[in-house]
Design a protein around this ligand. Structure first.
Ligand code: GSH
Length: 435
């Protein structure tokens, strides 16, 4: 079992205790940012884990994909606390299991699940409602928009240097016929390059990555190029991360939370990609060191207060100009496609040229396919937001601040009270107006 040292035994739940003894099983690969996120969560809880198929015996390596495929067909793989039928979609990886038999999906679900079981000495999500909401917002922003930036980095910026095909093929060796590893690595790489446009990275006409054609993202007719948009967004996210991490140990205070796990999962995915890792270190040295620190398990010893400091403001701002408008546009496109009788969405629709919509992000045009699982993410966030707003309305008479000024940068490092978050980060009005 892998585990980055953490021997805290102060949790009291029985299941949590069992989990600490026997550990978690992941079905995933290190090239996946969600896998990295789940490992960081388990490490923080001091939970041992195994990553299958790499660390599985032959029998489990062969049996589990069959078991997962059957469970996928029967729709019996669960998400904690619940699956959103009709909107959620099963990923290829990662999955997690608490007993080696029942598998669950979703990296955010794992954090909620571990907190529910009190499996970790300190909760992964803050308990204070406003801070908890911010944690979920940051988590989803990295999961849904962060992925686009880092996938682009891997297959466009690091086209000549990334090793994803090789590492994944090696991890899958028990499932690949003898002598087929190199070919499998190549198939994986070509597939991910073909998926770039689905994952928001559209090339300009005549784009060259300095590698052969099948590893070069091709421009797609009708899809405005998004390379500049993604490059600019990544730099803004990194600059925002630097601002926080130069002032405090973690995004929401003195210890690790789900928000850090998600930022870590996505941004650290590029650590093995060569060129993007070099750029990351140049542009954001503090963030680079922070990612390496979590990769090496040093976050497991973090403890202390959680708080919302003003240094997080730039991160919330870039989230509110990328992730939030993207989720809104996706949801509006979903509602309008539904009203036209569209039933196919997500990657299958993208591949057949259906359910496409045109939008704008950071002042630049893009074309994307409607993603139902992002509709679920956005609606869930809005529900949490509404509950928070309701609570604050109730608390209003106690003099709590409804809104703080935007663009409030600099000026000392005092943590802000979590109750005084900038609500403009979640434009729930448009959610209500959307359908
Ligand atoms: N929301 C899921 C996302 C998982 C996910 O998107 N996994 C990617 C691989 S990293 C995937 O399976 N993509 C579909 C595919 O490759 O076919 C989570 O947080 O665990």
């Amino acid at each position: 079992m892998n585990s980055v040292a953490n021997t805290d035994t102060s949790c009291d739940s029985k299941v949590g205790q069992k989990l600490r003894d026997k550990g978690l099983i992941f079905w995933g690969v290190i090239a996946s940012p969600y896998q990295l996120k789940m490992q960081a969560l388990a490490d923080f809880g001091g939970l041992p884990w195994q990553r299958w198929p790499d660390q599985a015996g032959f029998l489990n390596a062969l049996k589990t994909p069959v078991h997962l495929a059957r469970s996928r067909r029967r729709q019996t793989i669960a998400r904690f606390p619940e699956r959103v039928p009709g909107l959620d979609e099963y990923p290829a990886v990662p999955y997690y299991s608490l007993d080696g038999d029942t598998f669950y999906y979703d990296s955010t679900g794992l954090a909620l699940h571990l907190d529910h079981l009190q499996a970790c000495a300190q909760p992964l999500l803050p308990e204070e409602p406003a801070l908890r909401f911010i944690c979920r917002l940051i988590d989803e922003a990295f999961d849904e928009f962060g992925l686009y930036m880092v996938h682009h980095n891997r297959w466009v910026i690091s086209a000549a240097t990334n090793v994803m095909g090789d590492t994944t093929s090696k991890e899958m060796r028990k499932l690949v016929p003898p002598g087929g590893r190199r070919r499998f690595a190549r198939i994986l790489a070509e597939r991910q390059v073909r998926r770039c446009c689905y994952l928001f990275s559209a090339a300009p006409p005549g784009f060259s990555a300095g590698v052969d054609a099948k590893l070069t993202v091709q421009a797609r007719p009708g899809f405005p190029a998004t390379h500049e948009l993604l490059n600019e967004a990544w730099r803004s996210y990194l600059a925002a991360m630097e601002q926080v991490l130069c002032q405090q140990p973690f995004l929401l205070g003195d210890r690790f939370t789900l928000a850090d796990a998600s930022a870590y999962g996505q941004l650290s995915m590029n650590l093995i990609d060569g060129r993007s890792a070099e750029l990351l270190e140049q542009l954001a040295p503090r963030t680079f060191a922070w990612l390496c620190m979590i990769r090496d398990g040093e976050h497991t010893h973090s403890s202390g207060k959680l708080y919302l400091s003003e240094h997080v403001q730039p991160l919330l701002e870039i989230i509110s100009t990328t992730f939030i408008p993207l989720m809104q546009q996706n949801e509006a496109a979903y509602c309008s496609a539904l009203s036209r009788g569209q039933t196919l969405f997500n990657e299958a629709a993208f591949n057949s040229g259906e359910a496409l919509y045109d939008g704008t992000l950071l002042g630049r045009p893009f074309r994307a396919v409607v993603k139902t699982f992002q509709v679920a993410v956005w609606r869930e966030l809005c529900v949490h937001w509404d509950a928070l707003a309701e609570r604050e309305r109730e608390d209003g008479r106690n003099g709590r601040t409804e809104r703080v000024e935007r663009n409030q940068r600099g000026g000392g490092g005092e943590p802000r009270k979590a109750e005084t978050i900038d609500k403009s980060a979640c434009p729930n009005e448009s959610y209500h107006g959307g359908f």
